[in-house]
Each structure stands twice: as structure tokens, then as C-alpha cells.
Design a protein around this ligand. Structure first.
Ligand code: GLN
Length: 505
């Protein structure tokens, strides 16, 4: 049962709009308990509290995107995912804190203050140093990790569900792009944005995924029913022809993910995970994804470019907070539109809008945006080259999946770290500690292992794997004892990714 704890709400800052009155929730939870006893539950989520990242529209609670710009915004409609959850009997259990509009990796860029991880570093003198909860869905991750809800929704554009899951020791799943409706999910970068699910166990993630994984005609990027059944056929052909349950999994180990920046703790847990799977009879295959080293740069061109366009509508006229004073002045920056945007957006969002507008400008377009699109295609090709399952959206999707010849060992899933290190201290990732230039770059590097699956639209999950010795990791002062291990599958192979995650629990 989920418990609302006022102290956790305030200290960890996981919620922007917390559960409002437990009384009415308690009634609904009680009703569901009765249905559970009678065996008439609407779904496994009936009566469960699900926390929602505050960039997903809800009619009953405000949707701020952690931005001053939308501080007072309440959507006139519910996102499709909210409707689906409520139809299944779930209770919307508050709106969680995030990096403004989803832009960030540590949930520090919020108008409502940073999210804090529930792991602390206790210094020699007894004082505490807070750790990063990861971002941008840090509030959702902390809400789950501290049992303030049964599960939570986040959004993952370049890693924002997987990274906070890794930093808080829970499970974070980003399904294949286009499976879960984005209607009513406030856009950051449309071609990458994916609704993701956070929970303590993969079985709970699966329950939520089963409710949300359906066609929605209101989202034009959502897969049609016919494409869904074509994908299901391709997936079941491969898996049943090779009898997945009775044969070992072929696990790809990407050499490019063995980063020099990786801490020994993360490397040890990655290795021990692979050894465990090998002992279970699965086979390991070193693979190469050569475009990985360019994926991060491509992502940080493409995502801000899309963001600069998506965020153009926040002008204080159609949406959001409007700056005071008349629409006139001496300089262009004195006008209402410029003042509203200058005051309404935080530093990181302004930085992304400037970056995006630059890379889309006539002079820079060919060198940045077009090149980044090419890299995106190379990243997709890298994955298609190693997976046994043909990309069901690829040109040769109709070609039957064949067992690979020994010379070209293809893999079922790829296993690597979610990120190269344990959660850093909050102080080390905020700008006043570092120089204004290096802090953002340092945050961007955190996403090296998560952005490739985002660029290719692939299903990926971060699962918490304990340290081999069972001891705490890092300097031993944090109590942090799990590392996020990432499993990536071919497009549409979401169920396999979830099954492999369960092997590691
Ligand atoms: N950290 C990445 C960014 O800032 C990813 C964010 C996300 O997935 N929403 O863009």
C-alpha cells in the first residue's frame, strides 16, 4: 500500500503537486480492495497510486513542466495515458518534479527546486551531502523508490527514465517509440519523446505497459493497429521458430560502451551481470556499434532543434505566464514576447532554444542538423546490423527472419551499463560549483549510453543490479548498493527486453 509521507514530500521535493487529500484516495483504494476480495478487479492497477511526471497533461491537477512559464497552467483535457490508467482503475497520485520541459539529467533545472535522491552521503562531521536523483524524471523515480506510489510515469527523450531509475535503484523502462500515445504529453523533441514507466519491479512495469500499449488515433506518430500486428508477427516468428524459452539468449556486449570514464564499480557490476547470465546458459557476443561515439553529439543537435520549434508557442499570449508591462520599448528585447520568454524560461531551456535555433539557421543547417540526421541513421543501422530480429519498420521487413549463419552471429538483446558512474553529489552538478561552461557539458556526457537507443527508437530498460560482494558501492558512505544495467532490444521486441530484465532481478 502506498503511503503519503509529508516529510518525504517536502525534503526530497519529488512532487510539484502532491496527493491532495488522502481521504478521497483512501475511499477509492478501499473500494478496489473490496473488488480484489470479490475477484472483480478492473485490472492489476485497480486502486493503485500512479505518480505522473508534470509534463503529462491532467485535467484535475496543474501541469507545469517545472517551468515558471507554465506555473499556473492546468490543461483542459487529460492525456491519453491518463485516460487509460483511470479506465483501468488506477488513481493519479500526484504530479512529479522534473528538469524544466524534460531538459536535463539531474532534476536540478526545476523552477520548484531540485529533486533530492534519498541516498545521502554522510560526511565525517555528520553533515549530509545530497546526491543527484538523475533526470529528467527524477521526481517520478524518487516517488517510486520511497514507496510514495505503486508506479510512476516519466518521459524518456534521451534517457530521462533510465538514468533516474539507475540513480535511485529502481526499474525504468522506455518502450519502442510509437507504442504509447504521446497525445497530451508536452513535447520536448517529438521524434524522440517516449512515455516511460518506473517501478520497483519489472512485473509492475509490465502491468502498466500492458494498459498503455495500444493504438491512439489522436497521436499521429502512434503505431496503427495493422503495423502493430505486423510487428507482432515478425517478433513471434523469430522467437517461436528458435524456441526462445528453450534455447540460450544471444547477448551482445557492445565494446563502445566500455567507456574510459566508467567507474570500476559500474564495470564490476556489468561484468558480474554478464557472468551470471552466462552461468544460466546464455551466450555472450562482443559486438561493435561504431557510431556510438557520435550519437551524443547528434542527439544534442537534434533534441534542441526540435525543442526550439516546440517551445516557440510559449509566448505569454497563447500559453503561460505573461510578463508585466506594455508591448513596446527601445530595443527588441523590451517587447512583451521577448520579456515573457526571458523571464519564463530557466537557463538550461534558454540555452537549448538558442542552440536549436542556431543549428536550424540557414548558415548552420547543413553542418549541424543535416549531419546529425545522418548520424542518427548510422546509429539505427548499427543496431540493425547486430540484432537477429530484422527491424520490423525497415525496408525488408517482409523478409522472413532466418537463423543467422555462424559467421554472422546476431544477438537477441544488448546489455551494457545505463550510465558510467554512480549518482554524483547535487553540488557537483549545479552550475555555481562548476564553471558555467563545464557543468552543462558534464551533464550531457551522463547520457552517452542512453541516447543511442533513443535515436533508434528502440526499447530499453534500466534494472538495478546489486554489487557482486553485496557491499555498498562508491566510497561506502552512501548506502548505495545497486548499479543500473541497461538492456536494449530490437524495435518492437519490448516483451523480450522485459523478460531479460526479469532474469536479472
Ligand atoms: N538528459 C537529456 C536531455 O537533457 C535527456 C532528457 C530526456 O530524456 N528528457 O536532453
Amino acid at each position: 500500500k502506498c503511503i503519503a509521507n509529508q516529510k518525504l514530500f517536502t525534503e526530497l521535493n519529488a512532487f510539484i503537486t502532491p496527493l491532495q487529500s488522502l481521504g478521497s484516495y483512501a475511499d477509492r483504494i478501499r473500494d478496489a480492495d473490496v473488488r480484489r476480495e470479490n475477484g472483480t478487479l478492473k485490472s492489476p492497477l485497480d486502486g493503485r497510486l500512479i505518480a505522473i511526471k508534470d509534463n503529462i497533461c491532467t485535467r484535475s491537477l496543474p501541469t507545469t513542466c517545472a517551468s515558471r512559464m507554465l506555473e499556473k497552467f492546468t490543461s483542459p483535457f487529460d492525456a491519453t495515458v491518463i485516460n487509460s490508467l483511470e479506465n483501468a482503475g488506477a488513481i493519479i497520485g500526484g504530479k512529479t518534479n522534473l528538469d524544466e520541459f524534460g531538459m536535463g539529467s539531474h532534476s536540478t533545472h526545476s523552477h520548484f527546486g531540485p529533486v533530492k535522491n534519498y541516498f545521502d552521503i554522510v560526511n565525517g562531521d555528520g553533515s549530509e551531502r545530497s546526491l543527484s536523483a538523475g533526470g529528467s524524471s527524477g521526481g517520478s523515480a524518487v516517488a517510486v523508490a520511497t514507496d510514495q506510489c505503486y508506479a510512476a510515469l516519466g518521459t524518456d527523450t534521451g534517457g530521462s527514465v533510465r538514468l533516474p531509475a539507475a540513480y535511485t535503484g529502481i526499474v525504468g523502462f522506455k518502450p519502442s517509440y510509437g507504442l504509447i500515445s504521446r497525445w497530451g504529453v508536452i513535447a520536448y523533441a517529438n521524434s524522440l519523446d517516449t512515455v516511460g514507466i518506473l517501478a520497483k519491479r519489472t512485473s509492475i512495469v509490465r502491468e502498466v505497459f500492458n494498459i498503455l500499449n495500444h493504438h491512439d488515433a489522436r497521436d499521429p506518430t502512434n503505431l496503427s493497429t495493422s503495423t502493430r500486428s505486423r510487428i507482432a508477427t515478425a517478433v513471434s516468428q523469430l522467437h517461436s521458430s528458435s524456441r526462445l524459452s528453450s534455447r540460450p539468449l544471444r547477448i551482445g556486449v557492445p565494446i563502445e560502451y566500455n567507456l574510459t570514464e566508467m567507474t570500476s564499480d559500474v564495470r564490476k557490476v556489468w561484468l558480474s551481470t554478464l557472468q551470471t547470465l552466462e552461468k544460466q546458459g546464455h551466450t555472450l557476443h562482443p559486438i561493435s556499434l561504431p557510431s556510438t561515439k557520435h550519437a551524443l553529439s547528434a542527439y544534442y543537435i537534434l533534441a534542441p532543434a526540435e525543442a526550439s520549434s516546440n517551445l516557440a508557442k510559449y509566448d505569454g499570449i497563447r500559453y503561460g505566464t505573461r510578463a508585466e508591462g506594455p508591448d513596446k520599448g527601445e530595443e527588441p528585447n523590451d517587447y512583451l514576447y521577448a520579456r515573457t520568454r526571458g523571464e519564463g524560461f530557466g537557463d538550461e531551456v534558454r540555452r537549448r532554444i538558442l542552440l536549436g535555433s542556431f543549428s536550424l539557421s540557414a548558415d548552420a543547417m547543413d553542418n549541424y542538423f543535416i549531419q546529425a540526421q545522418r548520424v542518427r541513421r548510422l546509429v539505427q543501422n548499427d543496431f540493425d546490423n547486430v540484432f537477429a530480429l530484422k527491424n520490423p519498420l525497415g525496408d525488408d521487413a517482409e523478409v522472413e527472419n532466418r537463423a543467422p549463419s555462424p559467421a554472422e552471429t546476431k544477438v537477441d538483446v544488448i546489455i551494457g551499463p545505463t550510465t558510467a558512474s554512480l549518482p554524483p553529489s547535487l553540488a557537483s552538478v549545479t552550475e555555481d560549483q562548476d564553471s558555467a561552461v563545464s557543468a552543462p557539458l558534464h551533464s550531457y556526457v551522463t547520457d552517452v549510453c542512453t541516447v543511442p537507443a533513443s535515436l533508434a527508437g528502440l526499447p530499453a530498460i534500466s534494472v538495478p543490479v546489486p554489487a557482486p560482494t553485496g557491499k555498498s558501492l562508491g566510497d561506502g558512505k552512501t548506502g548505495f548498493d545497486k548499479v543500473g544495467i541497461q538492456i536494449i532490444g530490437q524495435y518492437g521486441d519490448d516483451n523480450l527486453v522485459l523478460r531479460v530484465a526479469e532474469l536479472l532481478e
